[in-house]
Design a protein around this ligand. Structure first.
Ligand code: NDP
Length: 331
């Protein structure tokens, strides 16, 4: 059945300018790393995406390797897009990436021109799109000259296969270099996609300063630490079907008694301001004005709705931030 989107859907979301570009992104964006592969339920994924779009979440983030198997999240997204979102293409920002292992041989990963051009063509085919809005180099390549990788991104933008170029997982120094090379090529680096959460603050050590200076936006991935910063694991048990129960990326062994103590203290801070832990974790990232968007994942529309509550809550005040800081600083 056709989904009827609310006419006032953009009123429930706030939008932030991406660096010094002309593009604004929703404060919360949705990523398809997990939950949209072949083993996942199509209707659940569809409902999550459509609920997101109906709440003003107009940015969907993919990569060539999302699945499993690699490529299948783009196929799922392509089907949802074709069946439900095609008329809204001009309202939607779709991103994809290349950098990780996709096919055998020397041209199936990293940062060569050969790999990036072929990978984006394959991504577009899987999604049934003529272009993506943002194309990222997914991880720095220690061997390929940065000039080659950035020239490939710039050429992809010039050919109209992507509207903007981005980088992901580059450290501060690598980012400064990539941004400078892209600028010399006449194609600004729109955005960086690093990991960032209350439990992972590496970008505070220089990257955010580089991005601010260069006028590059920042979209933070795994803001809920893959589910740790939600109510899910607070009692130390691993719920069936949760990421920690089935994904190699979140190991039950990482849920230590010290971490649980911290999560429960954060949960108390959330309760004190009448929100959930996931909402608090998102609000905490939104305190940083240099972060353009918080890139969450969700395995159901119910999770998504809980997380979207962050947009309508008042920002964290100095006192609350101090309380959170004390919890986070505890060894
Ligand atoms: P999050 O930290 O937001 O974790 C999302 C997961 O947490 C969900 O799939 C769900 O897992 C759980 N969760 C979310 N909300 C709730 C809730 N309210 N209650 C209970 N559990 C909840 O982000 P991801 O790690 O999924 O990353 C988000 C996106 O960032 C990715 O989809 C991708 O687009 C991008 N990314 C980019 C990377 C890069 O290298 N550039 C690397 C990683 C991610 P479950 O229900 O299964 O337990």
């Amino acid at each position: 059945m056709a989904y009827i989107f609310k006419e006032n859907r953009y009123e429930s979301m706030k939008y932030r300018r991406c660096g010094k570009s002309g593009l604004k992104l929703p404060e919360i964006s949705l990523g398809l790393w997990h939950n949209f592969g072949e083993p996942d339920d199509y209707n659940t994924g569809r409902e999550t995406i459509l609920t997101a779009f109906d709440a003003g979440v107009c940015h969907f983030d993919l990569a060539n390797n999302y699945g499993p198997p690699p490529g299948s999240a783009e196929i799922t997204f392509g089907r949802i897009f074709k069946e439900n979102l095609q008329p809204y293409r001009d309202e939607i920002i779709v991103s994809t990436k290349a950098g990780y292992d996709m096919w055998p041989g020397p041209y199936g990963e990293w940062g060569s021109r050969k790999y990036l051009v072929a990978s984006l063509d394959a991504s577009l085919k899987r999604m049934g799109l003529d272009y993506v809005d943002i194309f990222y180099h997914h991880r720095p390549d220690p061997e390929t000259p940065i000039e080659e990788t950035m020239t490939a991104l710039a050429d992809i933008v010039r050919r109209g296969k992507a509207l903007y170029a981005g980088i992901s997982n580059y450290n501060a120094e690598q980012s400064a270099r990539a941004i400078s090379v892209l600028r010399d090529l006449g194609v600004p680096c729109l955005i960086h996609q690093p990991s960032y959460s209350m439990l992972n603050r590496w970008i505070e050590g220089g990257l955010l300063d580089v991005l601010e200076k260069e006028g590059t936006g920042c979209i933070c991935f795994s803001p809920l630490a893959q589910g740790l910063l939600t109510g899910k694991y607070l009692d130390g048990k691993i719920p069936a079907g949760s990421r920690a129960s089935k994904s190699v990326f979140l190991k039950p062994s990482s849920i230590t008694p010290q971490l649980l103590e911290k999560l429960n203290a954060l949960n108390e801070a959330a309760k004190a301001r009448n929100c959930t832990l996931s909402t608090l974790a998102i609000l905490w990232i939104l305190r940083e004005t240099r972060c353009t968007s918080v890139l969450i994942g969700a395995s159901s529309s119910a999770q998504l709705k809980e997380n979207l509550a962050a947009v309508s809550k008042p920002p964290l005040c100095a006192e609350e931030l101090q309380k959170i800081e004390m919890i986070l600083q505890k060894p």
